[in-house]
Each structure stands twice: as C-alpha cells, then as structure tokens.
Ligand binder design. Structure first.
Ligand code: HMG
Ligand code: MG
Length: 299
C-alpha cells in the first residue's frame, strides 16, 4: 500500500476538456488558460493535441498554442499524439513529453483512431523510437477501461494486456481511462488492482469522467489501492468526441478539494484554480461543472 500523502494531478482540461466543447475558443484564450493554470502550482498540464484537425477541429491550433504558452520551470506540458505525423508536428515546437492513446475495446479504438488496438500499437513504435532518440518522455492512455460505448462491459484481462504492452513499449506512465464514466468504486478498484499486478503502481494514473457522478468515489477507491497520479480537468469540461454520451472529466477543483480535505497534498492553490475554472466557464458561455466552485459562488 502506498502511504505517500502527495497526489500528482495531471490537468487535462486544455486537451481532454476543450477537444469536446462546442464552443471553439480562440488560441489566445487557450494560451491564457494554460498560463493561468501554470500559476496555480499544477506540475503537469496537458496542453493540446496533435491529432488530425479533421477529426478534432477544436485543437487545430495546437502548434500555435504550444509555441506561445509560458513554459514555467518545473511544469510539464505533455501533448497528445496519435501517430508519427503527430509526433513530428509536436517535435517542431519542441515538446518534451507526448501521450499516445489506445483502448481496451476494439470498436472504440476503431471509432476513435480508425485503427484496431494492434494497429494503434504498430503506429506507436516509430513514435516511441523518435521520442527515445529525442529524450522526450512518453505517457500512454488506455480508454474504455470500465466500459465501452459500443461493446458494453470490457474484460479486465484486456485492460491488463494493453497496459503491459504499453509499458513494455516504453511508456513511463499509463493512464487508465473510464472514457464514458460508467465505472463504480468496486470495479475501479478491481481493475486497478489487476493492472498493478503486472505494471508497477508508481507507473499508473487514473482518469475518470463524471458521466454518472461516480468519479470522486472511484478516485477515492483507487487512492486506497495506492495510486498517486490522478487526471482531471479544470471546470469539468470536455469528454471524448468519439464516445457518444461521454460528458466531462472530473473537475480538478473537486478532486483537489477532496484531497486537501483528506489531509493529502497536491501543491495546487485551490482558490486560484477555482478562479481559473470560473473564468474558463465564462469563456465557454456555460456553467462550471465543478460543484466546489458552484458552492463557493452561491455562498
Ligand atoms: P485516418 O483518417 O485513418 O488517418 O485517421 P490517415 O493516416 O489516413 O490520414 C488522413 C488525413 O489526416 C491525411 O490528410 C493525413 O495527413 C492527416 P489528407 O491527406 O486527407 O489531407 N493526418 C494528420 N494531420 C495532422 N496531424 C496528424 C495526422 N494524422 C493524419 N497527427 C488518426 C487516423 C489517428 C489521424 C485520426 O483518427 C485521429 O486523429 N484521431 C484522433 C481522435 C481523437 O483525438 N480523439 C480524442 C482523444 S482520445 C481521448 O479523448 C481519450 C482519453 O482522454 C482517455 C479517456 O478518457 O479514455 C485520452
Ligand atoms: Mg478522457
């Protein structure tokens, strides 16, 4: 059991959040968002995504955004890349960390990347070779770890199989994604436990969407299991455009409120994060999904 009190938050709002928002934000607003997040004490901020702009038009300005953000020392700014083409685009703007992504269910993999799980792994080989040569760190995501929008239940053995492959390929961290937010705590715990038997817990992260209001409970179960890296998105924005019904990521404000309330540390200034989330909601013209921010604003 991991007794560390510190949780590393991977802020995915500028990528996983904005990729699924109807409102297309100008690059200048995205840059301001990331710069504001950099000032909150977050140590990892997933900045954008070098996927096909035809598939995700919301992030077509990836190079412009990444080039313009203030790179604060000690803060990582990973970006999502689906293939070698994405990696080469990202390398042009000097990224230091990339995230590759696949799934635990075949149908979702095809809908999201036009490739089977095996084909997506084959695409990662040149990405990882380049990254190793360039001294760029690689993170891996597995989607649909607790359910698939097309196939329903996903066997835990599939999650384990894909996690082991990503780890062996050279991912230094693997994020386990409940893409459509259908998981519940006992299932989340069992899934994490099974993966952690094959991949060290220190190399695992959890990534919950709050579609069914289960995200905080799932995170708590996984913390009890020993995970210490949690993905979340400021203001609870986003979801995956290729997973019907997938609503927002769990809000970073709510995760951090819970962690601090439990006596755990994150290094993040919650008040500053709340202000940033409220500002982002204003830019998107919608109410924030963070319950903490709503409660603070109402009182
Ligand atoms: P494809 O159509 O099979 O690709 O898409 P292709 O290789 O045949 O290329 C088709 C066109 O796209 C070509 O252009 C390529 O140049 C271009 P054309 O000749 O037609 O003008 N292209 C690119 N352009 C820019 N950057 C690139 C790139 N690659 C090809 N990197 C592909 C395959 C993987 C590209 C596509 O399916 C794709 O981009 N998918 C990404 C979908 C996506 O971003 N989904 C959301 C992220 S995953 C997620 O949110 C889940 C996560 O949060 C965890 C969780 O919650 O579960 C991570
Ligand atoms: Mg996600």
């Amino acid at each position: 059991m991991n007794s560390s009190n510190h949780v590393h938050i991977v802020e995915v709002g500028p990528r996983d959040g904005l990729q699924n928002e109807k409102t297309l934000l100008p690059a200048a607003v995205k840059i301001e968002l990331i710069d504001r997040l950099s000032a909150t004490g977050l140590k990892t901020i997933e900045a954008t995504s070098f996927v096909s702009p035809k598939w995700v038009p919301q992030l077509a300005d990836a190079a412009e955004v990444f080039s313009a953000i203030r790179k604060v020392e000690g803060v990582n700014y990973p970006v999502l890349v689906p293939n070698e083409q994405g990696y080469l685009r990202a390398r042009e703007v000097n990224v230091r960390e990339v995230a590759i992504f696949t799934a635990a269910s075949e149908t979702f993999s095809r809908k999201n990347t036009n490739a089977s799980i095996d084909e997506s792994m084959a695409r990662f080989v040149p990405v990882i070779e380049h990254a190793q040569a360039d001294d760029v760190t690689v993170r891996g995501y597995i989607s649909t770890v607790l359910g698939c929008p097309y196939e329903g239940d996903v066997p835990v053995s599939e999650v384990v199989r894909v996690a082991v492959r990503l780890y062996q390929l050279g991912c230094r961290e693997i994020s386990l994604g409940d893409t459509i937010g259908v998981g519940t705590p006992a299932k989340a715990r069992a899934m994490l436990r099974a993966v952690a038997q094959e991949v060290p817990m220190e190399a695992l992260a959890v990534h919950f969407h709050d579609t069914y209001g289960q995200a905080l409970a799932n995170i708590l179960a996984c913390l009890e299991e020993g995970v210490r890296v949690v993905d979340s998105a400021v203001s609870g924005t986003g979801g995956c455009p290729y997973a019907k019904g997938a609503t927002g990521n769990v809000a970073s404000e709510d995760v951090i409120y819970m962690l601090h309330g439990m006596g755990m540390t994150t290094g993040v200034d919650l008040d500053q994060l709340i202000a940033t989330g409220a500002w982002l909601a204003g830019q998107l013209g919608k109410e924030t999904a963070s319950r903490v921010t709503r409660a603070r604003t109402a009182s």
